[in-house]
Write a protein that binds this ligand. Structure first.
Ligand code: GTP
Ligand code: MG
Length: 464
């Protein structure tokens, strides 16, 4: 493949554009002074104001449901003071609130506890637990959501102490994925992740029967109901893994066919809600779902993008990343993420208006590394530029403004950054040209792909 160096020299970050993250003025929840995160000042207020979610059309649910439905959620986080991923405990808790909203719940309160390690039995200390219990009458919460993975025994102990349903971040994310799964493949992957998450948490809804000594049916060599449940779920997991293996093989076949065409592949990667699908729409004119919600996209969609002179590349949209993603999900979605293996270029889409932009970028970089893709060339695209302002305070409205942003930003990016607004249609042409340049150079090598009647090609999604 003919690949060249970037046409523009690497931008030297100078000044970060002002990023306007005005709150919508909804309710705020104060934290006790001793709970504040060290970097946020003493009188911290966790602003858990979220934009209202659009109504979510839910697919029929295939597997277990764990997350709140229109429930009043109380959030609990831990500030160990040792996080290295760039997210403060407060920001992480705010993101957890966003997940609760996406899952259909409403956040009614939140608390952070500063302690170096979670309590092995209850995650938080006894005092904090009492405080949470004490808030129940006032806030009327029906579910308590913890920002970190709980061990099965912590979850059980907490449910007993709090008297309400207890979830952790993983369960919430799994639930959102379950509600978003549209295709058979996504459903299989989500169901596998859910079963793997639930298996160690199965704890005998049937225990009362086991305790009834001498009861008819509980004697003899038979296994307990719990063992039966475990065995059945184990069998289901084996079956799901086999089915996913088949999906993987089909995908591998499709990929090798695609590779045989010699058409370059560009894959969109990025933090969830960064605007990957919107950018896909803008660049490829593709009819893909874009919505203001986390994890809107679960299945990779590939579209052709080309120029009139017969230069082409394929653009693939993928599932978004997030900090603290349940490991079960990553492994279940490996088949999907394998699409990235054959990408010639990763387009890292960043939400330029995100308060946690640097931490989000670090999460994506880390995930890309974990997926073994560090060697794949990556181009950073800072999207939602329409929500940014220039150094002189002017809002970004023109292509020239995007150029100015590119020279002003202080993002932690080595090399080239392209600014876009997928919704305002800014920077799209530049990005598309830049991608074509990457593979075909200034003059283009139309001759190489002049055979536009190649059976795998069809017509361009949109002419350049
Ligand atoms: N203001 C503004 N909003 C944007 C822009 N691009 C996308 N959005 C909005 O951001 C939200 C998320 O967009 P998506 O395209 O679904 O984001 P995604 O990265 O595909 O998200 P997931 O599939 O959930 O990982 C939607 O509400 C979009 O309308 C942009 O350039 N400017
Ligand atoms: Mg998407």
């Amino acid at each position: 493949m003919d690949r060249r160096a970037a046409p523009r020299s690497s931008r030297i970050p100078r000044r970060r554009p002002h990023i306007d993250t005005a709150s919508n003025g909804a309710s705020r929840y104060s934290l006790a002074p001793d709970d504040h995160t060290p970097d946020d000042g003493p009188a911290e207020v966790i602003d858990l104001a979220f934009e209202p979610e659009p109504p979510v059309r839910r697919a029929p649910r295939l597997a277990h449901t764990t997350a709140p439905r229109e429930e009043r959620a109380y959030l609990v986080g831990l500030d160990s003071g040792r996080r290295t991923d760039g997210f403060s405990a407060t920001e992480s808790l705010r993101e957890l609130g966003q997940l609760v909203n996406t899952a259909g719940g409403r956040v009614v309160g939140a608390t952070l506890q500063r302690r170096p390690h979670p309590d092995p039995a209850h995650y938080v200390g006894a005092g904090k637990l009492e405080e949470i219990v004490g808030q129940r009458a006032e806030l009327g919460y029906s579910v308590v959501v913890f920002d970190d993975p709980l061990t099965p025994s912590q979850q059980l102990n907490l449910e007993q102490s709090l008297g309400v349903k207890v979830l952790d971040r993983s369960a919430l994310i799994l639930d959102i994925f379950a509600s978003r799964a549209r295709t058979r493949e996504a459903s299989l992957q989500v169901e596998l992740a859910q079963h793997e998450y639930l298996l160690p948490r199965l704890r005998g809804q049937w225990q009362h029967l086991e305790r009834m000594e001498g009861a008819i049916g509980s004697r003899g060599p038979g296994e307990t109901q719990l063992e039966t449940d475990r065995r059945l779920i184990g069998q289901r997991i084996t079956r799901l893994k086999k089915q996913i293996q088949q999906v993987r093989q089909q995908r591998a076949l499709q990929r090798s066919r695609r590779r045989a065409t010699g058409i370059p592949v560009v894959a969109l990667v990025g933090y969830t809600n960064a605007g990957k699908s919107s950018l896909m729409r803008a660049i490829a004119g593709a009819d893909v779902l874009a919505m203001d919600a986390v994890f809107a996209t679960l299945d990779p969609v590939t579209r052709r993008v080309g120029s009139q002179s017969g230069e082409w590349f394929l653009l693939t949209d993928t599932v978004g990343f997030m900090q603290k993603l349940p490991t079960q999900l990553i492994s279940a979605f490996r088949a999907t993420l394998e699409e990235l293996d054959t990408a010639d270029l990763l387009l890292h889409v960043v939400d330029g208006t995100a308060k946690t932009i640097a931490a989000q970028m670090a999460t994506v970089a880390h995930t890309v590394e974990e997926l073994g893709l560090s060697q794949t060339p990556m181009l950073t695209v800072v999207n939602k530029a329409d929500g940014l302002t220039l150094a002189d305070g002017r809002p970004v409205t023109t292509e020239a403004d995007l150029e100015a942003l590119a020279t002003q930003h202080t993002l932690p990016v080595q090399g080239e950054v392209i600014f876009t607004s997928a919704t305002a249609g800014l920077g799209i042409q530049t990005l598309r040209q830049r991608l074509l340049w990457e593979f075909y150079g200034e003059s283009g090598i139309a001759a190489r792909y002049a055979d536009a009647a190649h059976p795998a090609l069809g017509t361009a999604s949109e002419a350049v």
